[in-house]
Design a protein around this ligand. Structure first.
Ligand code: ADP
Ligand code: MG
Length: 205
């Protein structure tokens, strides 16, 4: 039987996209993950290739369908009709081409974060996909102002500053895709004692 991992061992992948770097937001973005208590265990500064980006988005066979449908529903919620309403796969084919152009336009930062509920916590801090409707207080809600309609009208990807894994399964596959095992660092962070220690002994002298 495989032992169930403790919550504090959950990991997620964050990619700081080229627009963040051009907007000088690296520190601002990283500080949000640091200050909530997540531990940085992997970091790379690089220019991604088209192949790496396409593989990244198609690691999950469901991604084409889910993302196409999400885009169509977002149009519906605003009372608009999507030009490819009945065909989510066609929608995502276009999105993928635009995403490759976006992701390879400049350097990106790849990072792996570990901590309790890392996947959900990071998604919460990052906010919804479309900056126009992502919550105030989130990275996408606070620092950028794009929308599906504007990006689609201009034939480009939605510029939303960061990628964050959508589920634990997605995170595991994405981390493997971008990082070798030896590139992830195993170490203790001092804040882990106050976050996870059960007895809280050793504080009082
Ligand atoms: P998320 O990044 O929130 O997980 P998705 O996985 O659905 O979102 O989509 C991946 C990325 O593709 C988005 O972050 C965004 O940059 C881009 N994108 C999604 N939908 C569209 C769209 N309709 N038009 C242009 N770009 C899009
Ligand atoms: Mg996604």
């Amino acid at each position: 039987m495989v032992a169930k991992r403790h919550y504090k061992e959950e990991r997620t992948l964050v990619i700081i996209k080229p627009d963040s770097i051009q907007r000088s937001l690296i520190g601002e973005i990283i500080s949000r993950f640091e200050r909530i208590g997540l531990k940085l265990i992997g970091l790379k500064f690089t220019v991604a290739t088209a192949k790496q980006v396409e593989e990244h988005y198609t690691l999950d066979p469901e991604w084409r369908l889910v993302t196409g449908e999400k885009n169509i529903s977002a149009y519906k919620a605003k009372g608009l009709k999507h030009p490819y309403e009945g065909d989510p796969y066609k929608v995502t084919d276009f999105i993928l081409k635009k995403l490759i152009k976006y992701f390879t336009s400049g350097p990106v930062i790849l990072s792996v974060w570990q901590g309790a509920h890392a996947v959900a916590v990071v998604r919460k801090l990052v906010g919804g996909t479309e900056p126009l409707t992502s919550d105030v207080g989130t990275i996408r809600g606070d620092f950028v102002l794009d929308s599906y309609e504007m990006a689609d009208g201009d034939g480009r990807a939605v510029r939303n500053l960061v990628h964050a894994s959508g589920s634990v399964k997605e995170a595991e596959a994405e981390i493997k895709h971008w990082f070798k095992r030896a590139e992830l660092v195993s170490y203790k962070h001092l804040s882990e004692s106050i976050l996870y220690d059960i007895n809280l002994d050793g504080i009082l002298e």
